[in-house]
Design a protein around this ligand. Structure first.
Ligand SMILES: NC(=O)c1ccc[n+]([C@@H]2O[C@H](COP(=O)([O-])OP(=O)(O)OC[C@H]3O[C@@H](n4cnc5c(N)ncnc54)[C@H](OP(=O)(O)O)[C@@H]3O)[C@@H](O)[C@H]2O)c1
Length: 244
């Protein structure tokens, strides 16, 4: 058996039924990882699982992260599948309405903050015992350009991503002594349903695909990468070999 850079690494990628999460999952699987996909729809997840290289060795978990106890359900199912976790990628996210704050509905605010920020905090907390059993574990949050510089009409989405940047730094500092690495990645504009909803007039073919932006995630997922508390740009890594 060839020794690939993520061989045997157990990787949970939330929001991997499609989009960036699925792109990361495909590239992780290509590099030897054991992948757990996640999303809300069983049929979609079944189709996504089927396109992963060596699909029988991977699995999926259905859980709605906007439901109370959604992240707990995800963790309980994960524990039934694996005794350890090496890599956790928080890719599940929602855009919410592109509306000025003056008219932003509280219901949407609550949902966006919950799915994009509160759940990544809770899920990290809940899977920590499994990460502690992992091999040089790595937690990867997904940020955004509007999580670094605020922009009109991006409302709770932008605020949630500023929160994700802070969450990354606090977790990184707290887990440094345990050698659990925590970093954030801004994928940059990527060809997905979320991007199309945010920029309906844009030609999606000018954008990188989810697989194109995956190399930085592979590099962070490796057992021998040592950085923590950093915020990286996936664009800087397009076309680079994460094995080198
Ligand atoms: N695309 C971009 O240009 C871009 C740029 C910067 C940052 N990002 C960030 O990258 C991440 C992935 O975005 P994407 O573009 O790949 O989005 P996407 O294509 O809309 O995919 C979102 C994923 O999140 C899952 N999801 C959404 N709500 C959920 C919920 N309540 N419970 C469980 N799963 C849920 C979806 O699963 P189901 O709907 O199948 O349940 C899907 O797998 C997000 O954090 C996003 O903010 C994207």
């Amino acid at each position: 058996m060839t020794n690939k850079i993520l061989s045997g690494r157990v990787c949970l990628i939330t929001g991997s039924s499609r989009g960036i999460g699925l792109g990361i999952a495909r590239v992780f699987a290509d590099n030897g990882a054991i992948v757990i996909l996640h999303g809300r729809d069983k049929a979609t997840l079944g189709q996504s699982l089927a396109i992963l290289p060596e699909s029988p060795k991977h699995n999926y978990i259905v859980a709605d992260l906007n439901e109370l106890e959604g992240s707990k359900k995800l963790t309980e199912r994960l524990i039934r599948l694996h005794a350890k976790l090496d890599v956790l990628v928080h890719s599940a996210g929602i855009l919410g309405p592109k509306t000025p704050l003056a008219a932003y509905p509280q219901k949407d605010w609550d949902e966006v903050i919950r799915v994009n920020l509160t759940v990544p905090f809770l899920l990290t907390q809940e899977v920590l015992p499994l990460l502690r059993k992992g091999d040089h574990p790595s937690v990867i949050f997904i940020s955004s350009g509007v999580g670094r510089v605020g922009r009109a009409d991006w409302g709770a989405y932008a605020v949630s991503k500023f929160g994700v940047e802070g969450l990354t730094q606090v977790w990184a500092d707290e887990l440094r002594g345990e050698n659990i690495r925590v970093n954030a990645v801004n994928p940059g504009g990527t060809r997905t349903q979320m991007r199309a909803a945010a920029y309906p007039e844009e030609d999606p073919m000018i954008l990188p695909t989810p697989e194109d932006v995956a190399p930085v995630f592979v590099w962070l997922a490796r057992a021998d990468t040592n950085i923590s508390g950093q915020s990286l740009e996936a664009r800087d890594w397009i076309g680079r070999d994460p094995a080198s």
